[in-house]
Design a protein around this ligand. Structure first.
Ligand code: GUN
Length: 292
């Protein structure tokens, strides 16, 4: 079977076009420009790239970006003071503190300090709780991106068996929750597998929709899936460098082999990745509208 390739690049482009129009309308009708503050602590190379991509997306969409780069030895108190300042700043509708933070800073305390109305990552426990009970104000960016990929690719989810591999707070737990909510695009039967699961393959072979976020290159092989599965690959693993020094990326799924059995599959790169930043922009717009 030739799998449908679910292009996050294409779907993301379409959503960004919609956002540009909505942002323009907000400016014209209410004189409000959405603003996103991105805080980066330290010199982590991957985090620098991600924050740079978020800044660039803001510029392209007409969102004001307030980037704050702090040295790696910044104290937790100083970071909390910055968050408090951003909470008060009316130009800033969304705040994201890039994770991971240096070890001497408690990510939990910093996340708790962000005003839930500005928590565009949807990491604050108030927002996580609201999502759990189906009353979300924001949805977390990667899981929201996955839901949009499924919805816009017209993949039926109702009554399907969705198997999530990975139980992180950022992807596994929230996507499992969103897939089981009784709304269109959800209403699936959900199984969550993790490092403590025995006999993983028994579950992955039962999946109608397989969502993988484990952070190990090509961990899901063709023998682990059934014919006709829909595969969403959240992994972005650097497996080497090109002669020009560019990173070579692989997903958590053995794409070339699994696409032969799948009905639809996301590539890496160009699948879930572009959707995450697009959903961050969508949340920032939502936060700005919420400030009206
Ligand atoms: N680090 C890796 N992914 C994310 C994300 O979605 N948001 C933030 N703030 N940090 C991250």
């Amino acid at each position: 079977m030739a799998a449908q390739i679910i292009s996050g690049t294409e779907i993301s482009k379409k959503i960004r076009e919609e956002l540009v129009n909505e942002i323009e309308t907000l400016k014209q009708q209410h004189n409000i420009t959405p603003g996103l503050a991105a805080v980066l602590v330290g010199e982590d190379a991957a985090s620098k790239v991600y924050v740079g991509q978020k800044e660039k997306a803001c510029r392209k969409l007409g969102i004001d970006s307030y980037r704050r780069d702090l040295p790696g030895d910044t104290s937790e108190a100083d970071l909390l003071a910055l968050v408090a300042e951003l909470n008060k700043d009316p130009r800033v509708h969304g705040i994201l503190v890039q994770l991971p933070l240096p070890k001497h800073i408690s990510a939990e305390r910093v996340i708790y300090a962000i005003d839930p109305d500005k928590d565009v990552d949807c990491f604050h426990p108030v927002n996580v709780g609201k999502m759990m009970i189906g009353k979300a104000r924001f949805l977390p960016c990667t899981p929201h991106g996955i839901m949009e990929l499924l919805r816009r690719s017209e993949i039926p989810t109702e009554g399907k068996h969705a198997v999530v591999v990975g139980r992180s707070n950022i992807v596994g737990k929230p996507i499992a929750n969103l897939m089981l909510q009784p709304h269109p695009g959800g209403n699936a039967t959900v199984t969550v597998c993790h490092t403590g699961s025995r006999d993983l393959v028994t579950y992955t072979r039962m999946a109608d929709i397989l969502i993988v976020a484990v952070g190990r290159p090509r961990a899901i092989t063709a023998d682990m899936v059934k014919e006709g599965v829909v595969v969403i690959d959240v992994g972005v693993n650097r497996i080497g460098k090109t002669p020009e020094g560019k990173p070579i990326l692989a997903g958590d799924v053995d794409f070339d082999a699994v696409r032969e059995k799948a009905a639809a599959i996301t590539p890496v790169p160009g699948g879930v990745g572009p959707m995450t930043i697009t959903m961050l922009m969508k949340n920032t717009l939502k936060a700005a509208k919420g400030s009206l």
